[in-house]
Design a protein around this ligand. Structure first.
Ligand SMILES: [Zn+2]
Length: 270
């Protein structure tokens, strides 16, 4: 068997998604064989975060997760939700608060509900000492304002699936946050600005994620029959980012892995 070339962590994968119900075990095995040794499962509701934790417990040292409520589901955020999340955040498998933030693009929950749920999760991050796993769409100004306000109490975080402008990038960097890059970088139409910006991200602030089963890289060769994204494609994203930054993929793999270990404290429990 081929030795995997890299040792990577997919910092954003929706592994509890029903798209993986039929073959989750195989997806995890294939990822590991390809060098994606560790995955951070994204929690999007209290319930899904609990499911994510249970899955992590079946794959110790390989799977970890976040716990939080995605802005779309902010209207469900109650005091019970807060208690559930607080308990989850005490578990060793849970390494970040999120995904949380603001999404004023479709407003599945009202802006007021989103702001309230985000505030609560900023508090949870402060209390737990865990970093934030941030989502944002069409709400950058307000999101940055809230992050700046909470800044002194935060323990780092990542702007997951970053596809914003140059100014937005520097706003996050100014707050000492990490930047998560997905397969959006492989999409000429959506990735144009991102392709330029990815060169500007400091090497010690860059993280890689698939956001699988969403956002399949558009330039995979041969083109897979299924549109389902998989954690194995993280190596493709790595190589694309390395190409744009004109650096050695192996070196980039080591840098992003170091960043990931620092932010999510992967070497501090074992
Ligand atoms: Zn997101």
């Amino acid at each position: 068997m081929n030795e995997a070339r890299y040792s990577l962590t997919d910092i954003g994968i929706n592994l509890t998604d029903s798209a993986f119900d039929a073959d989750r075990e195989i997806v995890i095995q294939n990822a590991e064989a390809a060098g994606v040794k560790r995955m951070l499962i994204t929690g999007t509701t209290a319930n899904e975060s609990e499911q994510a934790l249970r899955l992590c417990q079946q794959y110790p040292d390989q799977l970890f997760c976040t716990a939080g409520v995605h802005p779309h589901y902010s209207k469900e955020f109650s005091s019970t939700t807060r208690d559930t999340l607080a308990a989850l955040l005490r578990q060793p498998e849970v390494r970040a608060v999120g995904e949380t933030g603001l999404d004023f693009n479709r407003n599945f929950s009202s802006p007021e509900q989103q702001i309230r749920a985000f505030e609560q999760q900023l508090e949870l991050a402060a209390e737990s000492g865990l970093p934030l796993f941030l989502h944002e769409r069409d709400a950058h100004t307000r999101q940055i304002e809230m992050l700046r306000h909470a800044r002194d109490h935060l323990h780092g975080g990542v702007a997951h699936c970053f596809t914003g402008s140059r100014e937005e990038l520097y706003n996050y960097l100014d707050l000492d946050l990490y930047i998560g890059i997905t397969g959006s970088i492989c999409d000429e139409r959506r990735g144009g600005e991102l392709l330029r910006l990815v060169k500007e991200i400091p090497a010690d602030r860059l993280l890689l994620e698939t956001d699988a089963p969403y956002l399949i890289p558009r330039n995979l060769k041969p083109k897979p029959k299924s549109r389902r994204n998989l954690p194995v494609y993280l190596t493709h994203i790595l190589e694309q980012v390395a190409q744009e930054r004109a650096c050695d993929p192996q070196e980039l793999a080591q840098q992003t892995e170091g960043n990931c270990q620092r932010l999510f404290r992967f070497n501090q429990t074992e």
